[in-house]
Ligand binder design. Sequence first.
Ligand code: GAP
Length: 429
Amino acid sequence: MERVVSLCKRRGFIFQSAEIYGGFRSTYDYGPLGVNLLRNVKNAWWEAMVQRRVDVVGLDAAVLSPPAVWEASGHLSNFTDPLVDCLSCHQRWREDKIDGACPNCGSTEFTEARAFNLLFETHAGPLEDEGTVAYLRPETAQGMFVNFANVLQTTRKRPPFGIAQVGKSFRNEITPQNFVFRTREFEQMEMEYFVPPGEADRWFKYWLDERYRWYTDLGIPTEQLRLRHHDRDELSHYSVATADVEFNFPWGWDELEGIANRSDFDLKAHSAASGEKLEYFDQTGGEPYVPWVIEPAAGATRAMMAFLLSAYREDEVGGEARTVLKLHPRLAPYQVAVLPLSRKEALEGLSNDVLDRLVPHFACDYDVTQSIGKRYRRQDEVGTPWCVTVDFDSLEDRRVTVRDRDSTEQVRLDLDAVAGELSRRMGRL
Ligand code: GAP
């Protein structure tokens, strides 16, 4: 864990927020490499969940929302964690996360637990009175429920169909911890899949399989991933069944994503509170009904951390130690690095030519500093799957060396063939 955190800082994946002012606790900024990786995670999710499906459409709802939404959803009354104070060192903890002893001083004496609401409250406009209260959304899901009728009318979808969204959510977590695993500001990738009530069980199982496979397809080994069904007493107020996709983090198995059967709880709650009919009516006959919802709810920032942890390796190449991120090429911040052997003008000219052919297809880096061996190590460390080296022979024969990150195997290719060969390698994955 420490090594991955240190790599993230050193190589520009993740920085402490407001670091020059001493840092803002448990808040992070995504640097040049992190923003690429995070974007690739979100794109891979969007592609699998929206782009490749005709039964799912996208949405981008507002982060700021009025209290009515969170009143109806149950968040104003139920979205709480049990907060206790250690009677010895006065640190505050989430009671359900500490196993009876204070993680700071070991004391077992605490105050009574009180319910702490995690919603971030703010005021919209210049007046700070009760009428201007607004909330930063703690999940993207409610945006999909309150837009159910809009989406139904404008897309003419019929159940089973889904509405998907990727975006920031905010929770005033009592104990944000484990780097970007639990933060107060984070990104979610959620999809609400509306189904006829009698089909809910089938779709719940379907989405468990789909979501598990999404992580393994992107390189997380099955030994590090499991599905865990919630016991009845663990279920959220809206859920009739939930299973988590869990990853084996350095501190043990923990949640990556929750897949819930939310029944008709949300549509009924918003319908009752708003007075709007939120149901599906099949024009070709049949009774109107309120669809049930199956929700795969993932964290983008948390998934990015799991991809980093599972990709991190220390191995040896030619008797030399190296650090390598074996990220799936679709997720890697850069897919290709173009490396001219030296700063000679002719080599840089040809290298730019190579770069021009690759940038329409791949995220590329370009590096001319230090020895070629050191540059390979630097690219390995940030997970770049392929390096393309342009040397003096390249000027004569217009062939370049393509090096593979995982096998370190090198092949010599005509520079016209490089983009095609790398696309072929990507396509095979
Ligand atoms: N709409 C349902 C929902 O929000 P959740 O289990 O509370 O369910 C879904 O959140 C996912 O969002 C989690 O599995 C996790 O990946 C991510 N997540 C939740 N709280 C988070 C936090 N404080 N920091 C980072 N990710 C978080």
